[in-house]
Write a protein of this length. Sequence first.
Length: 143
Amino acid sequence: MTPDIIILGFPKCGTTSLMKYLEKKYDKIVTRREWCYLPFEEQLKKFNKEFGDPADYKLVFITRNPVNRLWSLYKTANKIPFEECNYWHWIKMWNEYRPDVYNLEGLSADPDFPHLNVGKESKIPEEFKELVMKGMKQFYGEW
Protein backbone atom coordinates (compact mmCIF):
# COMPACT_ATOMS: atom_id res chain seq x y z
CA MET A 1 0.00 0.00 0.00
CA THR A 2 1.20 3.49 -0.81
CA PRO A 3 1.70 5.65 2.29
CA ASP A 4 -0.03 9.00 2.75
CA ILE A 5 2.59 10.32 5.18
CA ILE A 6 6.31 9.53 5.31
CA ILE A 7 8.35 10.22 8.43
CA LEU A 8 11.98 10.99 7.72
CA GLY A 9 13.65 10.78 11.07
CA PHE A 10 16.59 9.98 13.22
CA PRO A 11 17.14 6.86 15.33
CA LYS A 12 15.90 7.21 18.92
CA CYS A 13 13.74 10.26 18.18
CA GLY A 14 10.35 8.55 18.39
CA THR A 15 9.71 7.77 14.70
CA THR A 16 7.83 4.56 15.51
CA SER A 17 5.69 6.28 18.13
CA LEU A 18 4.97 9.18 15.76
CA MET A 19 3.99 6.71 13.04
CA LYS A 20 1.46 5.02 15.34
CA TYR A 21 0.16 8.39 16.55
CA LEU A 22 -0.40 9.79 13.04
CA GLU A 23 -2.02 6.57 11.81
CA LYS A 24 -4.51 6.64 14.67
CA LYS A 25 -5.14 10.39 14.71
CA TYR A 26 -5.61 10.86 10.95
CA ASP A 27 -6.55 7.35 9.83
CA LYS A 28 -3.77 7.46 7.24
CA ILE A 29 -1.14 5.04 6.02
CA VAL A 30 2.17 6.16 7.52
CA THR A 31 5.65 4.76 7.07
CA ARG A 32 9.03 5.87 8.36
CA ARG A 33 12.62 5.90 7.17
CA GLU A 34 15.69 6.84 9.20
CA TRP A 35 17.99 7.90 6.38
CA CYS A 36 18.84 11.36 7.62
CA TYR A 37 22.46 10.58 8.40
CA LEU A 38 23.12 9.84 4.71
CA PRO A 39 24.20 12.52 2.21
CA PHE A 40 21.11 14.21 0.78
CA GLU A 41 21.68 12.84 -2.73
CA GLU A 42 21.61 9.29 -1.34
CA GLN A 43 18.48 10.02 0.69
CA LEU A 44 16.72 11.42 -2.36
CA LYS A 45 17.83 8.50 -4.53
CA LYS A 46 16.50 5.99 -1.98
CA PHE A 47 13.27 7.95 -1.65
CA ASN A 48 12.72 8.16 -5.40
CA LYS A 49 13.43 4.46 -5.84
CA GLU A 50 11.05 3.42 -3.08
CA PHE A 51 8.27 6.01 -3.28
CA GLY A 52 8.72 8.27 -6.32
CA ASP A 53 8.61 12.06 -6.20
CA PRO A 54 8.75 13.46 -2.62
CA ALA A 55 6.40 16.26 -3.71
CA ASP A 56 3.62 13.66 -3.92
CA TYR A 57 3.72 12.95 -0.16
CA LYS A 58 3.26 14.64 3.17
CA LEU A 59 6.72 14.53 4.74
CA VAL A 60 7.27 14.73 8.48
CA PHE A 61 10.39 14.96 10.65
CA ILE A 62 10.67 14.32 14.36
CA THR A 63 13.47 15.66 16.55
CA ARG A 64 14.39 15.09 20.16
CA ASN A 65 16.46 16.84 22.78
CA PRO A 66 19.99 15.87 21.61
CA VAL A 67 21.21 14.90 25.10
CA ASN A 68 18.24 12.58 25.63
CA ARG A 69 18.60 11.12 22.15
CA LEU A 70 22.31 10.44 22.49
CA TRP A 71 21.80 8.87 25.92
CA SER A 72 19.18 6.53 24.49
CA LEU A 73 21.37 5.68 21.51
CA TYR A 74 24.40 5.17 23.73
CA LYS A 75 22.47 2.74 25.95
CA THR A 76 21.22 0.68 23.00
CA ALA A 77 24.05 0.94 20.46
CA ASN A 78 27.00 2.14 22.54
CA LYS A 79 27.71 5.06 20.20
CA ILE A 80 27.47 8.85 20.32
CA PRO A 81 27.03 10.22 16.77
CA PHE A 82 27.38 13.97 17.34
CA GLU A 83 27.25 14.58 13.59
CA GLU A 84 23.60 13.48 13.52
CA CYS A 85 22.41 15.96 16.16
CA ASN A 86 22.28 19.12 14.09
CA TYR A 87 18.74 18.31 12.97
CA TRP A 88 18.27 21.52 11.01
CA HIS A 89 21.31 20.74 8.88
CA TRP A 90 19.55 17.59 7.71
CA ILE A 91 15.98 18.91 7.61
CA LYS A 92 16.79 22.02 5.55
CA MET A 93 17.84 19.77 2.67
CA TRP A 94 14.18 18.74 2.37
CA ASN A 95 12.76 22.28 2.71
CA GLU A 96 11.52 22.48 -0.88
CA TYR A 97 9.07 19.66 -0.01
CA ARG A 98 7.69 21.64 2.96
CA PRO A 99 7.92 18.97 5.69
CA ASP A 100 6.21 19.27 9.05
CA VAL A 101 8.62 19.10 11.99
CA TYR A 102 7.62 17.69 15.37
CA ASN A 103 9.57 17.44 18.60
CA LEU A 104 9.32 14.32 20.76
CA GLU A 105 9.22 16.22 24.03
CA GLY A 106 6.38 18.41 22.74
CA LEU A 107 4.35 15.47 21.42
CA SER A 108 4.82 13.59 24.67
CA ALA A 109 2.58 16.13 26.40
CA ASP A 110 -0.36 14.79 24.36
CA PRO A 111 -1.97 11.97 26.39
CA ASP A 112 -2.79 10.16 23.12
CA PHE A 113 0.84 10.06 22.02
CA PRO A 114 1.91 6.39 22.35
CA HIS A 115 5.53 6.85 23.40
CA LEU A 116 5.95 4.05 25.91
CA ASN A 117 9.27 5.26 27.30
CA VAL A 118 8.24 8.80 28.20
CA GLY A 119 8.67 9.26 31.91
CA LYS A 120 10.59 5.98 32.19
CA GLU A 121 13.95 7.25 30.97
CA SER A 122 16.83 6.46 33.23
CA LYS A 123 18.54 9.42 34.83
CA ILE A 124 21.23 10.75 32.55
CA PRO A 125 24.54 10.94 34.41
CA GLU A 126 25.97 14.47 34.69
CA GLU A 127 29.26 13.20 33.24
CA PHE A 128 27.41 12.08 30.11
CA LYS A 129 25.64 15.44 29.76
CA GLU A 130 29.00 17.21 30.05
CA LEU A 131 30.53 14.87 27.48
CA VAL A 132 27.68 15.51 25.05
CA MET A 133 27.83 19.29 25.49
CA LYS A 134 31.60 19.24 25.01
CA GLY A 135 31.28 17.03 21.92
CA MET A 136 28.50 19.18 20.44
CA LYS A 137 30.53 22.33 21.01
CA GLN A 138 33.59 20.73 19.45
CA PHE A 139 31.59 19.44 16.47
CA TYR A 140 29.36 22.46 15.84
CA GLY A 141 31.10 25.37 17.57
CA GLU A 142 29.00 27.38 20.00
CA TRP A 143 25.98 25.33 20.96
